[in-house]
Design a protein around this ligand. Structure first.
Ligand code: PLP
Length: 449
């Protein structure tokens, strides 16, 4: 029998996260204060614990993973690297397709890799409650899991369209003892304002972020956590790429192409940055962000300072953006409906080191179903994007009769997304193209910096 899974032992759970900041060819631009537009100081970031603020700006290439965090990681890590033989066969491709299966975590995605770390540092600094936003519900459930394992309360603002699409994400969050509200909610001023303007507002990640921040700054001993975008989040996610690299070494392989779905960039950063380090040093590896055509931040956005949220409460970050008030259509990959992107990935894209493609949601679900029928696992709608990208690469390899090694981040399973699969299977799913030139309109709302 051919080996299907490449497995590491618990001893192999990485002891250090990889911090790309000191290796970046162009250093990141300083985040700016949202009101004064002056460079941000650690004092401006009081909604985060000190250890996280240090990581956000660290110049150390390797940051030690606390023992307690490794111990919790061992519930599901190291995650398997799996060879998708059946998918390869169905495509008739000479390419090898590997997927790093992050869906094996208790919450069903890569998100607990950073949720555990963030909850740990907050707990160490005596914080009692954490607030956050969630799009697809994956991040909210991951943080609820972390809160439950580390003894910290969690309040989640879940984008309303996902809240309605995925009632069992809500149940999962409750099962781990956390609270969850549909955003926009009447719990915050930002939410009440949005509801007054439009009682049917479906919500966006940018709006839910504003609500979670307002909640944190208006309550004692309460901190805010973000599940993507920021440097420390990508840092924690590098366990994915560090493990995958070791697993590929075990079978004498190295990827030609790495693909991951990209919302704010955390799973792409997680799998991609340890390989990006090689690329910066001259290695030939293509790293690709796969986005929805309806919210194509890296493919069609503008590289500009912008807010990470709708209410302009977050620092200004230099990133690719579609504008903080862009309201993406209510597509089924809720975790990819975000106007901005990670500053690290944005800078790498600007420097020509990161590729980006975008696809329509129906072709993405078609790819996900081919994966489910050949490899067995039903992917999250976000994950289907990477699968679609991998299929395109594998078909190209077939046309060119080239051997190629493709690595994807299987960021999550779709067990709570079955209503989206139903919509696709009944033929009711619609495609949305981001209108050409719309990004220029967003420029009107961007701060002049
Ligand atoms: C399964 C899954 N994949 C990918 C993403 C996109 O997030 P990020 O770009 O931070 O990895 C999400 C976000 O919720 C998700 O739930």
């Amino acid at each position: 029998m051919k080996g299907k899974k490449i497995l590491l032992s618990e001893e192999d759970i990485p002891k250090y996260w990889y911090n790309i900041l000191p290796d970046m060819p162009t250093q990141l631009s300083t985040p700016l204060h949202p009101q004064t537009q002056k460079p941000l100081t650690p004092d401006d970031l009081k909604i985060f614990p000190k250890a996280i603020i240090e990581q956000e700006m660290s110049s150390e290439k390797e940051i030690r993973i606390p023992d307690k965090v490794r111990e919790i990681y061992s519930i599901w890590r190291p995650s398997p690297l799996v060879r998708a033989y059946n998918l390869e066969k169905a495509l008739g491709t000479p390419a090898k397709i590997y997927y790093k299966n992050e869906s094996v975590s208790p919450a069903g995605s890569h998100k607990p890799n950073t949720a555990i770390a963030q909850a740990y540092y907050n707990k160490m600094e005596g914080v009692q409650t954490l607030t956050t936003e969630t799009g697809a519900g994956q991040w909210g459930s991951a943080l609820s899991l972390a809160g439950s394992l580390l003894g910290i309360d969690v309040r989640v603002y879940m984008v309303k369209v996902s809240y309605n699409q995925k009632p069992y994400r809500k149940s999962m969050i409750h099962a781990w003892g956390a609270d969850v509200y549909a955003s926009p909610s009447n719990k915050t001023q930002v939410g009440r304002n949005a509801l007054e303007k439009d009682p049917n507002n479906p919500g966006t990640l940018g709006l839910a972020i504003s609500e979670a921040i307002e909640d944190a700054v208006t309550h004692e001993n309460t901190n805010y956590t973000l599940g993507s975008v920021l440097n420390h989040v990508l840092l924690h996610q590098t366990v994915i790429g560090l493990e995958a690299k070791k697993q590929l070494e075990m079978v004498g392989d190295y990827p030609d192409v790495i693909l991951a779905p990209c919302g704010g960039g955390s799973n792409l950063g997680g799998i991609g940055l340890p390989f990006m380090r090689d690329k910066i040093n001259g290695k030939d590896v293509k790293i690709v962000a796969v986005e929805p055509a309806s919210c194509p931040t890296l493919t069609k956005g503008i590289f500009h300072y912008d807010y990470a949220d709708v209410a302009k409460m977050t620092p200004l970050l230099l990133m690719y953006t579609l504008g903080h008030n862009f309201m993406p259509p209510s597509i089924h990959a809720g975790g990819l409906r975000y106007h901005g992107d990670s500053p690290i990935l944005s800078q790498l894209r600007k420097d020509g080191l990161l590729d980006a493609v975008s696809y329509m949601q129906t072709e993405v679900f078609e790819a996900g179903l081919l994966f489910a029928k050949t490899e067995g696992i039903i992917p999250a709608p976000e994950t289907c994007h990477a699968i679609k990208g991998a299929i395109e690469e594998a078909v190209k390899a077939k046309e060119e009769q080239k051997e190629k090694t493709i690595l994807i981040c299987f960021s999550g399973h779709g067990h709570f997304d079955m209503s989206s699969y139903d919509t696709y299977l009944s033929g009711d799913m619609k495609d949305y193209e981001y209108p050409e030139g719309k990004a220029k309109e967003a420029l009107e709302y961007l701060p002049e910096i």
